[in-house]
Design a protein around this ligand. Structure first.
Ligand SMILES: *Cc1c(COP(=O)(O)O)cnc(C)c1O
Length: 440
């Protein structure tokens, strides 16, 4: 008798994605329009998507995934939310852009201002990068100072002043982390480690009178999810006030994700300026920055700080944003908290059963698993976790139908569509993936 065991002869489950990536590589640098999509952080070829619904993604080969990226944050209501689609369709039919004001823009500004006690006026822009870039220019214009302080591992988009990394030493003048960023500009950016009060005090002692602003992610999400230590933001707030330095919360990721009043409401610390993006665009390109009138009124056309945008406040994006934030009630955040607690506890139990040491951080619907015995609090700590283990885990999860961020330095996001059935699928996949990486 011939052998009777069945061999899985199914073709490569990513075959079409691989072909599509080859073609994209010929026409788009690295085959992608934003670097992290290229799977450089985990190896392999990126998966090309065909569509999405709720918590599910479908790729071009027909594979289904539970999605823990949510388009890198915006999809808090899940993909293809009916009310968001309806709102965009309705607006689309009366014209997609006018280059003139509409009352929808005021309505979205009102939403943002009403929910954040630190904000009286808002300017809408098209991307998080534009929001942080503009907020920094405004801080420089307002204070008449040139230097800024940022934190190692915090990401604020790709503006020149922010593509800067720490040199050696505790507080350093930044050096460009990208070719094309003038050294002279990078030197105006000081870089400090996050969650380190001594470093903060030193930075203010050395540069305080020259600092236009400090910009940070109030809950870091671009080095994995790393919350601030107790009292850290309060100390930062006090130092900024004392030195006449503006405090900018980059809430592009945390805004409307952690709470209706964002990280600032959740943690009870008021910045001078705030940047938003991701969730407030409901999956369309939209971002914003805002603060007290006294600062915001320095913007053109009434003030001397220039900032503009042809598609800023675009009707489609604004209507998607309003349709999204209008649904974000306290009940939604309570539900996300319950989902998050289950995801965190379930993940910890699985890895503990299988005997792989992990630690986790979670704030609301932002979650990270670190392959480490120690809980990280700085970028250096995250770099010391087992990145190779994450890469194996990522691919094992992908093969099991769970789409995680393709980098150990990114936060997982979930939304209101991640129900118990989705969590059970996730845990089944996670147990199998953990067993697989344990044995390699
Ligand atoms: C995503 C992100 C940005 C950049 O936003 P883009 O829309 O990609 O330009 C800025 N800051 C933070 C904290 C982000 O997470």
């Amino acid at each position: 008798m011939q052998n009777t065991y069945t061999v899985d002869v199914k073709q490569d489950r990513y075959a079409l994605s691989k072909q599509l990536f080859d073609r994209a590589l010929k026409l788009i640098p690295g085959g992608v329009n934003s670097p992290v999509r290229a799977f450089g952080g985990v190896g392999g070829t990126p998966v090309f998507m065909a569509g999405a619904d709720g918590a599910a993604l479908q790729d071009m080969d027909g594979n289904q995934y539970v999605d823990y990226i949510g388009s890198w944050g915006p999809m808090i209501l899940g993909h293809a939310d009916a009310r968001v689609i309806e709102a965009v369709k309705n607006v689309m039919e009366v014209g997609t852009s006018f280059g003139a004001p509409t009352d929808r823009e005021t309505a979205l500004a009102d939403f943002i201002a009403e929910r954040h006690t630190s904000i009286e006026k808002v300017r809408l822009v098209n991307s998080g990068t534009e929001a942080t870039m503009s907020a920094i220019r405004l801080a420089r214009g307002y204070t008449g100072r040139d230097k800024i302080l940022k934190f190692a591992g915090h990401y604020h988009g790709h503006g020149d002043s922010l593509l800067v990394e720490a040199g050696s030493g505790l507080i350093t003048h930044g050096s460009p982390s990208s070719a094309g960023v003038p050294k002279a500009l990078a030197e105006l950016t000081c870089v400090a480690p996050f969650n380190d009060v001594a470093a903060l005090e030193k930075a203010f002692y050395e540069h305080g009178e020259d600092l236009a602003c400090v910009i940070l992610e109030p809950v870091a999400g671009n080095m994995g999810c790393i919350p601030p230590k107790d009292g850290y933001l309060k100390t930062l707030r006090e130092l900024c006030t004392k030195h006449g330095t503006l405090l900018i919360f980059d809430e592009v990721m945390t805004g409307f994700r952690l709470d209706m009043s964002s990280a600032q409401g959740l943690l009870g610390v008021e910045p001078d300026l705030s940047c938003f993006g991701k969730v407030i665009g409901g999956g369309l390109p939209l971002a914003a920055y805002g603060g007290r009138s006294e600062i915001m009124d320095r913007l053109s056309p009434i003030g001397d700080v220039y900032q503009a945008g042809t598609l800023s406040g675009n009707p489609l994006a604004v209507s998607a944003g309003i349709a999204t934030v209008a649904q974000l009630t306290p009940e939604v955040y309570a539900k996300l908290e319950v989902t998050g607690a289950k995801l965190q506890k379930g993940s910890e139990e699985i890895f503990s059963d299988i005997g792989i040491p992990i630690r986790t951080h979670r704030v609301g619907s932002m979650f990270s698993i670190y392959f480490s015995e120690e809980l990280p609090y700085t970028f250096e700590d995250v770099q010391n976790t087992d990145i190779e283990m994450f890469k194996k885990f990522f691919h094992a999860m992908l093969d099991e139908g769970v789409y995680l961020p393709p980098s150990a330095y990114e936060t997982w996001f979930f939304g209101t569509c991640h129900d118990d059935a989705i969590l059970d699928m996730t845990f089944t996949a996670m147990r199998r993936a953990a067993m697989k990486i344990k044995n390699t």
